[in-house]
Design a binder for this molecule. Structure first.
Ligand code: NAD
Ligand code: GKE
Length: 356
C-alpha cells in the first residue's frame, strides 16, 4: 500500500458541512490537528466533543438554506460535504419524504456554495445505498463494482438522492474549475457514532444489545442478510487520500469482509464472553447482501480499508459500554436499550424552512 501524509494545513481554510456529526467530526478534528482552519456548519452540536476540539469556527445553522452554506464556504479552498439527515435501515426506510426534502436541499446548497466561495476541491459523502437493488438480492454478494449503480434502482429515496447528488457534483466538476471527489461509504462505525435513539446502524445497535440484553439478543430479520463494515479510522484515511488524489470518479470506500448478521451478533457478544440465543423479530431488513469490490480504490489510491471487524467493533463496544455506564450513573433508565426503536419523523414543521 502506498504511504500517505496529509499535507500540512498552514491555515488553509476548509469547510466541513455536517462536521458535528459522526464522520464529519472525525475528519474535522484530523484537519484541525494538521493546521487547517476548519469551519463546521451543522444544525446540531456534537454530543461528545467541545467545538474547539474539532473546529475553529462553528456555524450552528440549517444547511437547507443556501445563505447558510454560502457563509460556511466563504474563502474555503477545500469543502467536505458530510451533512445529511440519515440513519440506519430502520430510519431511512421510515422517513423517505423528509429525507428526500432535506438531503436534496443540503447537497445542492453545499455544492453551489463551494463554487461561489471559490473552492478548488469538493468532497461528497455518497453511500453504498446508491447500488441497484437487483444486484443485492443474494446474501453471497460477489462485491459491488462502481458501475453496478447504473441502471439506477436504489432501494429507497435516501439512495436515489445520493445517486442524483453524485451526478450533480460531477456536472459541477465538468463545468467549473473545481475538483470533485466522491466516496460511496459502506456502513461506517466506531466510537462517537450514534448508538441509540433510532438512527443507529447495526454495529452500534449490536454492541448496545450485546451489552444490555439478558435473556436473548433481539435482531430484525432472519440474520442471513450480509454486509461489510468499515471502521471510522479507515474512513477518515480514505476520504483524505481521495481528496488529495487524481481520482475523478465515484469509488467504494468499504471493506471486503462480508458477515451475516448472526455472525456479526456473535462477534459483538464475544468481547465479554456472552452467548445469548438470538430472537428474530420482524423489522426493516434492507438489501439481502452487500459488500464492496475494491479493485477501483486499489487502482486509484493504492490503498484499501484493512481494519478487521473484530478490532474496530471491540473499540466501539467498549466505548458504548462507557456511554451506558455514564447514563446509569446519571440515573437514566437503560432498561430499554436491548431493543431497537423505529422512529418516524413525519412532522411537517421539519420541512418548513426557518420554523424548526
Ligand atoms: P451523522 O448523522 O452523524 O452526521 C450528519 C450530520 O449532518 C449531523 O451532525 C447532522 O446534524 C447534520 N445535518 C443534517 N441535516 C442538516 C441540516 N439541515 N443542516 C445542517 N446540518 C445538518 O451521519 P454520519 O454517519 O456522520 O454520515 C456522514 C455522511 O456520510 C452523510 O452524508 C451520510 O449520508 C454519509 N454516509 C454515512 C454512512 C455511515 O455508515 N455512517 C454510510 C453511507 C453514507
Ligand atoms: N440498525 C439496525 N438495528 N439494524 C439491525 C438491527 C437493529 O437493531 N437488527 C438487525 N438489523 C439488520 C438490518 O435489518 C439490516 O439488515 C442490517 O442489520 C444492517 O442494518 P443497518 O446497519 O441499519 O443498515 P444497512 O447496512 O442496511 O444500510 C445502511 O447502509 C449504509 C451504507 O452502507 C444505511 O442505513 C445507511 O446508513 C448507509 O447508507
Amino acid at each position: 500500500m502506498t504511504e500517505f501524509t496529509l499535507p500540512p494545513g498552514n491555515g488553509t481554510k476548509v469547510c466541513v458541512g455536517g462536521g458535528a456529526g459522526f464522520i464529519g467530526s472525525h475528519i474535522a478534528k484530523r484537519l484541525k490537528e494538521n493546521g487547517y482552519h476548519v469551519t463546521v456548519v451543522d444544525w446540531k452540536t456534537n454530543e461528545f466533543m467541545q467545538n474547539d476540539e474539532f473546529c475553529d469556527v462553528f456555524i450552528h445553522d440549517d444547511l437547507r438554506k443556501l445563505e447558510v452554506a454560502v457563509k460556511g464556504c466563504e474563502g474555503c479552498k477545500y469543502v467536505y460535504n458530510l451533512a445529511a439527515d440519515m440513519g440506519g435501515m430502520g430510519f431511512i426506510c421510515s422517513n423517505e419524504s423528509v429525507l428526500s426534502f432535506n438531503n436534496t436541499a443540503i447537497s445542492m446548497n453545499m455544492l453551489e456554495a463551494a463554487r461561489r466561495g471559490g473552492a478548488s476541491n469538493f468532497f461528497y459523502a455518497s453511500s453504498a445505498c446508491v447500488y441497484n437493488e437487483a444486484k443485492q438480492e443474494d446474501p453471497e454478494n460477489p462485491g459491488l463494482i462502481e458501475s453496478d449503480a447504473w441502471p439506477a434502482r436504489p432501494q429507497d429515496m435516501y439512495g436515489l438522492e445520493k445517486l442524483y447528488s453524485e451526478e450533480m457534483a460531477l456536472a459541477y466538476g465538468r463545468d467549473f474549475p473545481m475538483e470533485v471527489r466522491i466516496a460511496r461509504f459502506h456502513n461506517i462505525y466506531g466510537p462517537r457514532g450514534t448508538w441509540q435513539g433510532g438512527r443507529e446502524k447495526a454495529p452500534a445497535a449490536f454492541c448496545r444489545k450485546a451489552l444490555t440484553s439478558t435473556e436473548h439478543f433481539e435482531m430484525w430479520g432472519d440474520g442471513k442478510q450480509t454486509r461489510s463494515f468499515t471502521f471510522i479510522d479507515d474512513c477518515v484515511e480514505g476520504v483524505l487520500r481521495l481528496m488529495y488524489s487524481d481520482c475523478k470518479v465515484p469509488i467504494n470506500l468499504g471493506t471486503v469482509r462480508m458477515v451475516d448478521m448472526i455472525e456479526f451478533a456473535k462477534i459483538a457478544m464475544s468481547f465479554e464472553e456472552k452467548n445469548l440465543p438470538i430472537k428474530h423479530i420482524d423489522g426493516p431488513m434492507g438489501v439481502r447482501g452487500r459488500t464492496s469490490n475494491n479493485e477501483l480504490i486499489k487502482k486509484e489510491l493504492g490503498w484499501e480499508p484493512t481494519i478487521p471487524i473484530e478490532e474496530g467493533l471491540k473499540k466501539t463496544y467498549f466505548w458504548i459500554k462507557g456511554e451506558i455506564e455514564a447514563q446509569e450513573k446519571a440515573g437514566k433508565d437503560v432498561s430499554k436499550l436491548s431493543h431497537s426503536e423505529i422512529v418516524q419523523q413525519v412532522d411537517d414543521t421539519l420541512m418548513q424552512l426557518g420554523k424548526e
